[in-house]
Write a protein that binds this ligand. Sequence first.
Ligand code: 13P
Ligand code: SF4
Length: 325
Amino acid sequence: MTLASTDSRSIERLRGVLPDVEIAALAPLIEEIDEWKRERNAVVLAHNYMTPDIFHGVADLKGDSLALAHMAAATDADVIVMAGVHFMAETAKIVNEAKTVLIPDLRAGCSLAESITGADIRLLRERYPGVPVVTYVNTSAEVKAESDICCTSGNAVQVVESLGVDRVIFLPDQYLGRWVATQTDVDIILWEGSCEVHERFTAEELRVYRGTHPGIQIIAHPECPPDVLAEADFVGSTSGMINWVKSERPKQVVMVTECSMADNVAVETPDVEFVKPCNLCPHMKRITLENIRDSMRDMKHAVTVDPAVAGRARLAVERMLEVQV
Ligand code: 13P
Ligand code: SF4
């Protein structure tokens, strides 16, 4: 491929996001990414935790896990590059099997996905016969395949209630499960997984913010422990939190979630001051402009899912996508 000089919209979108000197330094790489997108008929889907150069620059579509799953199902691009973690890429492949789905770094995992296997679910079903299994999308395809329905943090309550039962097994995130239990009368059987990023926040640090910043608003992701959520003025998915800041326009806010998200929202809400405890997700941070370029250039790393597993996992994901939020 020869690189034509481009009037790159990706670069223009970074004006006001990054300093001009940084944009100038990144411009050749971003132009290369734009060229490879055209060459491969590729689309870059980016999670809200991506750094601003990816989120505001080269991402074509962005959102929380639920939005990314819907976008992956709907795209007519030939290649999906997932600027996110492995389970998100696998979900994209499950809902759109004909597409090539690339994850720029195979090490971009998730502590929740690591916490449970398909065999664990089979044991749970033996222990609780007839109780449906609701599985957070932060899991492997093998685990989804053993599940009745998937959910994300953006639709977990609606998914649990959509089943019309009085008891569900909810896995693997114990904290999301406990939060769902506070929002519904359905009895929730928990698994002991947790997110290595969100479990680090403490109620004590949030009380310190309240003490030092009178009037500050605290908004939190439901993967946080219950005492942390008890301190929050709003609890929601990553996109739920972004929408809340855009509509409520608090003077000062703490976003109790992965650190890059505040940088991304701050660009669109200059009137809001973000007070930032900075917990980074080491898996999300594996994705860079360089490996996004490399992934399209070398067509790596293509995500594959055993067709027998993919078929069963697809049922669980598609059932979720049908639930109205
Ligand atoms: P969301 O679905 O809210 O974007 O969360 C995904 C995630 O991994 C949060 O840590
Ligand atoms: Fe997984 Fe937590 Fe990272 Fe989200 S922030 S991808 S739940 S480890």
